[in-house]
Ligand binder design. Structure first.
Ligand code: F6R
Length: 611
């Protein structure tokens, strides 16, 4: 979704704003803009398309000044165009606003502004809010008017506002969309996330919902919407900035795919520090806490939802806890029966996904404890949760999730083994053997990464068709879904993921001699392997072009599959963490062959902060 940045600087702010927007571009990239107070009023600079277009304009007709706000947009209201891009101004051009979120009652506010004779220049909800702030601030201190306007707005917002009458001041507010205030030697900043301003700051305040900030040189004041003052809770930032460059890889996504061995090793050394013979450290859920779990409900969206599907299979295999999964966007609008003793697990890379957040708020209101599996410390989700498994994959810049997903799968493995042991549902010997298998996974992933050239040539043979089908069973059914999602997100080739046993209930009609069918056939512990091979044969009988992911040494696919990507033998419940890497690479090279913008696929945004 949109990214916002603002600065009250000790030197010219504009280059910092542009740098911050570049670092936020993964959140939205259809247009961008900045505004600064200047002699005689506010000045703005806007452009459609990528940030490079804004930079080019800044070179031609530069803005300057120590205070400013900037925005990179992912369109919600109104097409991507210059007139819809932020910052938006009030009629007198004395107030400029950047916004991430959605003002739900904007039509109602717009109607009353139209009655007051306001003329609108854009189709956005943000412009409506800008005029409303202006109306509320007429003839009174700006802070009071700003607060009143926010009290009238329904929906979600992170806002940065400047006002010509107070050129040294930056206002900010947050409700439902993330926003931080940060400080460092160059001045004070606001931003949608810490990485946007990471090189220049050492400490940050994570604004809470319903808080607004007034920032002037060296001074930050935070207020509630009721006017009460709030304490300043500065937190030291300990993030590594190396993620901000692609480190010699052609894209961030390729770099992040290759980081997966390191990410999983890191998680294992944190949660299984003594190797397979280890006593697992607790997750701030003691044995009593685990024993009290009668049911688990997992909520998430997109790729994280496929991780949830995997989590359910794993928890139900190794513990006696019944598990349900739901999409955040569905859970929040149905009438879920949240029984006493339910632990809600929320899975999210960003920790800011609007539907996931709304779901856990509902669950908390129903009295549940919430455990989050999240990649961003300090995110809204982490702050709302009672327990956390921090996936520590590091910032994920490529818009399509890769390393955060495998880290989510590993987090579920760690959670499951903890739960099984704490509930006395797993003998120590079995735990030891499972831990040993987990510890072997990074090497197996390393092996798959080593086959990238072969995978690239396989992708090169199949990328041209309009469509592809992905099949998997049991633990690898969510991986078939994830493989298909990766492919469609970055290569724009239509792709469907299916449970292989469901194929003959419909999608088999799609199969012909042109359709690539990607079949996950790695070894399983029982008859499921045989069933999967039978499904592959059904595809063969209809002349589908089979690409199989198979365990090394597998011979049953000889003469059946057109191409086989071999992966090391893994215990079936853990094989998804290895198999998905092969599918990520397959999607990656299909996208490369199709010439798409892999790190910033069209229409997508990294962090979906509106519902
Ligand atoms: C796909 C992808 C998305 C996210 C989804 C949820 O590659 O990244 O489907 O998984 O938008 O985002 P988070 O995990 O931040 O809640």
């Amino acid at each position: 979704m949109c990214g916002i940045v603002g600065m009250v600087g000790r030197e010219d702010a504009v280059s910092y704003l542009i740098e911050g927007l570049k670092r936020l571009e993964y959140r939205g990239y259809d247009s961008a803009g900045i505004a600064v107070p200047a002699p005689g009023g506010l000045k703005t600079l806007k452009s459609v398309g990528r940030l490079s277009a804004l930079e080019a304009r800044q070179t031609l007709s530069p803005l300057s000044g120590p205070v400013g706000i900037g925005h990179t947009r992912w369109a919600t209201h109104g097409e991507p165009s210059e007139r819809n891009s932020h910052p938006h101004l009030n009629q007198k051009q004395t107030i400029a606003v950047v916004h991430n979120g959605i003002i739900e009652n904007y039509l109602e506010l717009k109607q009353s502004l139209l009655e007051d004779g306001v003329e609108f220049l854009s189709d956005t909800d943000t412009e409506v809010l800008t005029h409303h702030i202006s109306r509320c601030a007429e003839g009174r201190p700006f802070l009071d008017g700003f607060r009143q306007a926010l009290g009238d707005a329904r929906g979600a917002y992170a806002l940065g506002v400047i006002h010509a009458d107070e050129p040294g001041v930056l206002y900010a507010a947050r409700l439902g969309s993330p926003l931080i205030v940060a400080r460092g030697p160059k001045g004070l900043f606001i931003a949608s996330d810490v990485p946007a301003v990471l090189p220049h700051v050492t400490e940050a305040i994570y604004l809470n919902d319903g808080e607004l900030a007034r920032i002037s040189d060296n001074r930050v004041e935070i207020y509630g919407l009721d006017g009460s003052t709030r304490p300043l809770v500065w937190k030291t930032i300990d993030l590594d900035d190396t993620a901000a460059d692609a480190g010699g890889f052609e894209t961030f996504m390729l770099k992040e795919i290759h980081e997966q061995t390191r990410v999983l090793r890191g998680l294992l050394s944190e949660y299984v520090p003594g190797g397979a013979g280890t006593v697992l450290p607790d997750l701030h859920l003691d044995a009593e806490g685990f024993a009290g779990i009668r049911r688990i409900m997992i909520v998430s969206c997109g790729t994280a939802y496929y991780a949830a599907m995997y989590g359910r299979l794993l928890i139900e295999k190794y513990t006696s806890i019944p598990v349900e999964t739901d999409l955040g966007s569905e859970f929040r609008y149905r009438d879920p029966k949240i029984l006493p003793g339910t632990l809600v697990i929320a899975v999210s890379q960003s920790g800011e996904t609007a539907d996931t957040l709304a779901s856990i708020k509902m669950a908390k209101a129903a009295g549940c404890r919430v455990l989050s599996i999240c990649n961003v410390a300090g995110s809204s989700l982490v702050r709302e949760s009672d327990h956390l498994i921090y996936t520590r994959a590091g910032p994920e810049i490529g818009v399509a999730s890769t390393k955060a997903f495998t880290a989510q799968l590993m987090a579920f493995a760690i959670f499951t083994l903890h739960a099984a042991r704490a509930r006395n549902e797993m003998p120590a010997e079995e735990l030891k053997s499972l831990l040993q298998d987990l510890l072997n996974l990074p090497n197996a992933i390393h092996y798959v990464l080593g086959q990238r050239n072969e995978i690239e040539s396989i992708a090169g043979k199949h990328h041209e068709g309009p469509s592809a089908l992905y099949l998997g069973r049991r633990f690898n059914y969510p991986i078939a879904l994830e493989g298909a999602l990766k492919n469609k997100e970055i290569s724009y080739q239509h792709a469907e993921g299916y449970a292989a046993g469901e194929m003959k209930h419909g999608p088999i009609a799609l199969i012909n001699e042109y359709l690539p069918v990607i079949c996950i056939c790695t070894d399983t512990e029982d008859e499921v392997a045989e069933k999967m091979i039978s499904n592959v044969k059904e595809v063969q009988a209809r002349s589908g072009r089979i690409i199989a992911i198979a365990t090394e040494g597998e011979t049953r696919l000889d003469g059946v599959a057109e191409d086989i990507i071999f992966v090391p033998r893994c215990r079936e419940p853990f094989s998804p963490m290895v198999n998905v890497v092969a599918l990520q690479l397959l999607a990656y090279y299909a996208a490369k062959a199709r010439g798409t913008d892999i790190d910033k696929p069209r229409n997508l945004a990294k962090s979906v902060t509106v519902e």
